[in-house]
Design a protein around this ligand. Structure first.
Ligand SMILES: *[C@@H]1O[C@H](CO)[C@@H](O)[C@H](O)[C@H]1NC(C)=O
Ligand SMILES: *[C@@H]1O[C@H](CO)[C@@H](O)[C@H](O)[C@H]1NC(C)=O
Length: 163
């Protein structure tokens, strides 16, 4: 009986997701600057997660920007200027650093902001940093950036330093 119920639910689920869904539920556009509604926070978090995958795991900043930052990009990093192109150019060079590794990646989104926190490390000691990137959202696209960096020396007083 229980098996039959489970089977029935599975078939129903399959039918709604595979066959009927396109007619009933319009799939969300990944980057939609006009997106709003009850699931906006979750959609922004999903966008940030995919952005982080493209940017930090695949190390493909161009793909990350093309997908989620298609328009204006307001930059607050003191050493850079606004605009997609300078950011992409800088990040492509950065991601080509030998032995670059990202770890301890966490993220959260809400109230039109997303926060990415991670460790960046390479063979160069001065690259070892704990970084927070704060992203501003317009719908489910991103359009603004602030960052904070802490250099990691490995001699920190606090055994819980950074992560
Ligand atoms: C951070 O990442 C390192 C290396 O991947 C791991 O050993 C460590 O447990 C992580 N720390 C936290 C707090 O997640
Ligand atoms: C850790 O090392 C750095 C670089 O040598 C130094 O500037 C800093 O003062 C040291 N910090 C501590 C807590 O010893």
């Amino acid at each position: 009986m229980r098996f039959l119920a489970a089977f029935f639910i599975a078939v129903l689920y399959w039918a709604t997701t595979i066959t009927a869904a396109p007619a009933i539920i319009k799939p969300f556009k990944v980057c939609d600057a006009t997106a709003k509604g009850p699931f906006l926070r979750q959609r922004q978090e999903a966008a940030l997660k995919d952005f982080a995958k493209l940017f930090l795991i695949d190390k493909n900043p161009k793909a990350a920007f093309d997908k989620y930052i298609p328009g204006e990009y307001i930059q607050h990093n003191p050493d850079a200027l606004s605009g997609r192109e300078p950011a992409i150019a800088y990040l492509i060079t950065l991601q080509a650093t030998p032995g670059l590794v990202y770890s301890n990646i966490t993220l959260i989104a809400g109230n039109g902001l997303g926060l990415l926190h991670y460790r960046r490390k390479s063979v160069q000691a001065d690259m070892d940093m704990a970084i927070m990137d704060r992203m501003g959202f317009k719908g489910t696209c991103m359009n603004e950036h602030w960052d904070v960096r802490q250099r990691i020396y490995g001699n920190e007083t606090n055994p819980l330093a950074f992560f």
